[in-house]
Every structure is written in structure tokens, then in C-alpha cells.
Design a binder for this molecule. Sequence first.
Ligand code: 13P
Ligand code: SF4
Length: 355
Amino acid sequence: MVQLINAETPMDDARAILAENFDLKYSAAVKRTTAPIYERVKDKIAEVEWPFFAPLIVQINRLKKKKDAVILAHNYQTPQIYHGVADFVGDSLQLAIEATKVKQQVIVQCGVHFMAETSKILNPDKTVLIPDSRAGCSLASSITPEDVLAMRANYPGAPVVTYVNTSAAVKAVTDVCCTSSNALDIVNGVEGDEVIMIPDQFLAQNTAKKTKKKIITWAGACEVHETFTAADIEELRGAYPDAKIIAHPECPPDVIDAVDFSGSTAGMISWVKTERPAKVVMVTECSMSDNVASETTGVEFLRGCNICPHMKRINLENVLWSLHTMTEEVTVPDDIIGPARQSVERMIEMSSKGD
Ligand code: 13P
Ligand code: SF4
């Protein structure tokens, strides 16, 4: 069995294993090659840390070409992944759309497991790898296919709109998927006045406020966003009176009511790039503002964030090891992949109609 390097592997052990297989010296050539990348992350990564990251970045980018691989990374990945090795970055919808277009034979998903499953669903003939398969999501683990079937039985005829933050098996018993960037369009686009929208109760409640349709939901929540409160926003307003505050729609409705803008991770990034507030607080996962800061000079990013422990299971060490050993491969059973694909493709089709 192939040895795994994952979030439980002590860093010294991980680096010792990697050093047996790769040259991890911070040479003058490595410094020169990675200088443009360091320029982008220098405000977030201390100079003393760069000699540890830079050789890994060089090796990953080399191996990626050799293995005909592409790296898709979510906006919540660390700056060294986002700026150093990712070929495409984005929110869940952008990554799903990108996954339909990739030419390479191997996809390495730097994100959580449901994102890697979505890539596999859309690319059954490609190899999809996730550097640590235990990168889960509290929303995905909150609901099973049996739960969805029970809801269908309770609300016969109501279409099921499922957030992409779910397992492939749940997507397979769904009518259409949605993400935080297209939730309202999808809900408005499905037939009927009553819609089952699962599993995020807060995304559902936030969407319900903007649609005439009756929304039936589930008790799931994102462990990162559910902890933000309206009192936190008030406190942030007190501490930073001249800052704009923006939040992800996985936050509770009273938080969303109290902020200046809410949108998907990509929606928040584009809002900051368009509005260019002098100061902004992104009420979401902490890497977001770190990643976008280097792309938006003149905007001061203030802290008001939580860390997603699942997203942070992915690091440069296990990305390199994943490519080297071609682990951990994401598979979806044959009887699930077809119906799950229909739900995701229907979403992509409905989203592009709204453009
Ligand atoms: P986005 O689709 O907005 O990137 O959200 C994904 C996610 O997991 C947020 O917690
Ligand atoms: Fe899941 Fe929340 Fe982490 Fe996003 S931030 S992956 S919704 S636990």
C-alpha cells in the first residue's frame, strides 16, 4: 500500500519522506524561479518561511507537467497553493465549470472532498486526486440520500435543489444542484411554488428572503459560517467604522441582514475588485482576504474570519506527494455517477442561461 502524507503526518516526517524523493534545497535557481510568486504573497508569507515553500512549489509545477495534471484550487486554499501551484482558482461553480473544460488527464483538487467528487462526476474517464481524502465538509456530512428520499415522500412533487456541498450519492437523488452564486436563479428556475432546498438551512433562509417560492430546508450548517453572529458584525462596525463588511450566504440571516454585501467566494472577490473600498472585512474563511489582497492594491483587508479545518488539510507537502504517488484517487460508483452528473449539468446549464 502506498504511504500517505496527510494532515495527521507530522511535518518533520512528511518533509523527510519528500526529501528522499525530491531535491528540496532552496537553491539560487529555486529562489529565482519562485521570485514572481513570492512577490504576490510577500505580505502574507514571511521571508524566513519561503525557503520551505519554494522548493515544493517548483517540484509540484514540474511534476504537474510530467503527469499531465491540472490543479483546481478553491478560493479558501492557502496563498502558497492559490498563487504558487493552482492552474485555476475559483468558487464551487467556477471550479465545476472549469472541470468540464480541462484537457489534462489528471485533476488534482485542492479543496474538499465534495469538490473532487464533482470533478470526477464531470470527468468519469479522468483520474481525479485529492491530496487528503479526509478533507470533508460539515454540510456534506449532514445529509444522506435516505434523508432526501424521506423529504421527497413528505413533500410529493416539490423539486429538490441541492447545494453542491453534498456527497455524490445525495446529488444522485436530486433534481438540480446549486451553489451559493446561483442559488436564487436555480430556485426561481425550477417548476412549482414549493422547493426543497438542502442541506444548508442558512443558504436556504437567505434565498427564501429573495424569492416568492416556499422553501423547505434541512438542518445542515457550515461549521465555519454558522458561528458568526449579528453581535459580531456590530462589534466589527464599532472597531472599524469606516470599513465595508461583506459575508458569505452560509452565514445566518441576521448576519447577512447586517452586512454591506453577501455573495459566493467569487462574488465577494469581484465585489471588492469592483467597489474598491478603502477598508473591507470579509466575514468568511481566513484565506480569502489573504489571497485576494495581493490582487487588489489600495484596499486594506481587516480580520473577521474563521478557518475551515477541512480546507486546511491540503498543503504543499501532500499536493506533491499526491502527484508523485497518484493518491488519493476519487471514485464514484457507476450507479451514482450518471444521475449525479445530470443534477450538476442541469445546474451548469441553468446558470449559463442566466448570464
Ligand atoms: P463558494 O461556492 O462560495 O466558493 O462556497 C464554497 C464553500 O464551501 C463555502 O464555505
Ligand atoms: Fe464546508 Fe464550511 Fe468548510 Fe465550506 S467552509 S468546506 S461549507 S465546512
